[in-house]
Ligand binder design. Structure first.
Ligand code: SF4
Length: 220
């Protein structure tokens, strides 16, 4: 098993608890998770600011918008026509099948709610798990490109490891806690990996000398 608990302690010592995800409501988290695909968080923030300024950041209000109006509001997030469709697909299910009530949408065991999310056109595993973990209060461990890069460079996974392989590696190593403590741990773990990936473990020229995970690099 990779030394993930030790990795967490090192990252946490360097930055403290990161209090993710930055949002005013669970619905805002869902919207952010859908809009963040293939763009920077800065662009997502601009799109969310537009939705807030137009006072439409609720399932019912987004559901009532025309496609072109929604696409125009989320334009800063890039691929706005595709993302408007994806956001609408999600909102349609929340409104039409769960009474516009996110709590109802998230009701059920984690596997069931995850399937519910993955059945929505445009929601893949990373988006589904982000929504589960940060908005739904379900333990869905999020794997992203940063996770893969860090794990590969440390020899914790093979180059061809897929999403499910990485996720089960993490869930098996990090399941000592339960309930709210587990949610908090997994939320912060993913946030810490994103920070390390962003600041140190870049695609080229990783800055290992200053990285909190330096001591966990393979010796040879
Ligand atoms: S920057 Fe270096 S030490 Fe840090 S996670 Fe990447 S490979 Fe590991």
């Amino acid at each position: 098993m990779p030394p993930l608990r030790q990795a967490y302690r090192l990252m946490h010592r360097a930055r403290g608890h990161l209090q993710w995800w930055p949002a005013d409501s669970p619905f805002e988290i869902c919207v952010g998770a859908i809009l963040t695909q293939n763009t920077s968080w800065k662009n997502v923030e601009l799109a969310i600011t537009n939705l807030k300024a137009a006072r439409v950041l609720t399932p019912k209000k987004i559901h009532a918008l025309t496609h072109s109006k929604l696409a125009q509001l989320i334009r800063p997030s890039g691929y706005f026509n595709i993302k408007a469709k994806r956001l609408r697909n999600f909102v349609d299910i929340v409104v039409e099948q769960h009474g516009a009530n996110l709590k109802r949408f998230f009701k059920g065991d984690t596997a069931t709610v995850r399937e519910r999310l993955l059945a929505i056109n445009g929601v893949g595993p990373e988006t589904a798990d982000s929504i589960l973990l940060y908005a739904g209060g379900h333990p869905g461990f999020v794997i992203d490109a940063y996770t893969k890069r860090i794990f590969e460079r440390h020899g914790w996974c093979n180059a061809d490891a897929d999403y499910d392989t990485l996720q089960s590696l993490c869930t098996q190593s990090l399941s000592q806690k339960s309930g709210a403590a587990k949610l908090d741990y997994w939320r912060d773990f993913h946030a810490q990996l994103v920070v390390v990936g962003n600041h140190y473990c870049k695609p080229r020229n990783p800055n290992c000398d200053e990285c909190p995970l330096k001591t966990l690099l393979p010796k040879n």
